[in-house]
Design a protein around this ligand. Structure first.
Ligand SMILES: *Cc1c(COP(=O)(O)O)cnc(C)c1O
Length: 351
């Protein structure tokens, strides 16, 4: 607390990111990063930007990247917004699309940044309980609201909602923006971007941090009706005209263009996930059906927090959330096959 703060700063409850340890050699399965490196073509494109040209501002509109995304998803560039990580894109959406004096609906178990942005932008929140299998029930999203947001696949559960159920939510809420946060969609689902021409109330966000292995670059995108995109542009241009630097624009565009690298690394992660689900099940874990690059699992007998502490002592980091309904689960990022094997070996010792 400080007398110099604007008073509302005292009310903020900031997001707490997963640990980024300074100790090397830890097996890091706690923040859903990709175990494989980014596209070599993306790296080359970024390196080419490290030149005298850095004295010049980047393109404020990021046209090169918007074109690459538009091309990839077969939409026109007016449907595309880009930002400094999808967290920033989400922040602009909360600021520009969700302040309607009515509560924002999102699942009770969901991305923990949503309540943080509600606090930052003074938006009332109405958590909607997942069912007993940790699934979203579309019929629960038929109540007065100033907007709806959920990750798909959901985080930290990994569970996927099918497109027809998303359409059900869109159709029941024609006067609200429905934001589908597709941070993990590439690991097992079909993107709702295929629906943006049909529903003017749909906004889809994605990140290059997970499936394109560029968490360190900070690039996120949104795709939706041009009116929604224009709202986001107005916020962005009232906040920071140049959120993406020259390397980020070039690297992200090249990453979208390198479909081959994307597919091969994504497929490896999916295959490793299936292996890990079987191995954990054999160790008496219940594993929720995952369409993401992580699994959410609870052991039949062992306490999750204790397990996570024991794992850390043996050099393996996973994520545990002290939240009702899920405090007996561990969220485990899919690593390389070698890392996954080590995790399973260490778990065998703990259990
Ligand atoms: C990782 C994640 C994000 C943030 O992605 P960045 O682009 O790295 O900011 C957004 N939503 C969900 C659900 C995530 O898991």
């Amino acid at each position: 607390m400080s007398k110099f703060w604007s008073p509302f700063v005292n009310t903020l409850v900031p997001y707490v990111p997963g640990e980024q340890p300074k100790i090397a050699r830890l097996i890091k399965l706690n923040t859903n990063e990709n175990p494989y490196g980014p596209s070599p073509k993306a790296l080359a494109a970024m390196q080419a930007q490290i030149s005298d040209d850095l004295r010049l501002y980047p393109d404020p509109n990021c046209d090169l990247l918007k074109l690459a995304v538009a091309d990839y998803y077969s939409v026109s560039p007016q449907y595309v917004f880009v930002g400094n990580g999808s967290d920033e894109v989400l922040a602009h959406a909360f600021h520009g699309l969700f302040q309607h004096g009515k509560p924002l609906l999102f699942p009770d178990i969901s991305y923990s940044f949503y309540p943080v942005y509600c606090g930052l932008y003074g938006i009332e929140q109405q958590p909607v309980a997942l069912d007993e299998h940790f699934q979203i029930r579309p019929e629960d999203y038929q109540q007065p609201n100033g907007g709806i947001i959920f990750p798909n696949p959901n985080a930290p559960t990994g569970c996927l909602l099918e497109l027809d159920k998303i359409e059900q939510i869109l159709q029941a809420n024609p006067d609200s923006v429905v934001l589908v946060d597709e941070a993990y969609i590439d690991f097992g689902g079909e993107s709702a971007i295929s629906l943006v021409k049909k529903y003017d109330n749909l906004l889809v966000t994605q990140t290059l941090s997970k499936s394109r292995s560029l968490a360190g670059l900070r690039v996120g995108i949104a795709v939706g009706h041009p009116d929604l995109i224009e709202g986001l542009e107005r916020i962005k241009n009232s906040f920071n005209s140049y959120p993406l630097d020259r390397a980020a624009i070039a690297g992200a565009a090249a990453a979208f263009a390198d479909v081959e690298h994307f597919h091969s690394t994504r497929n490896k992660v999916i295959a490793s996930r299936e292996w890990l689900v079987e191995a954990l099940t054999a160790l008496d874990f219940e594993v929720l059906p995952s369409a993401a690059n992580f699994v959410f699992a609870r052991h039949s007998k062992r306490d999750a927090q204790q397990l996570s502490t024991q794992l850390r002592e043996q050099g393996v980091l996973v994520r545990h959330f002290k939240q009702t309904r899920i405090d007996q689960f561990l969220r485990i990022t899919i690593g390389t096959d070698e890392q996954n094997q080590t995790l399973v070996d260490v778990l065998k010792n703990c259990i």
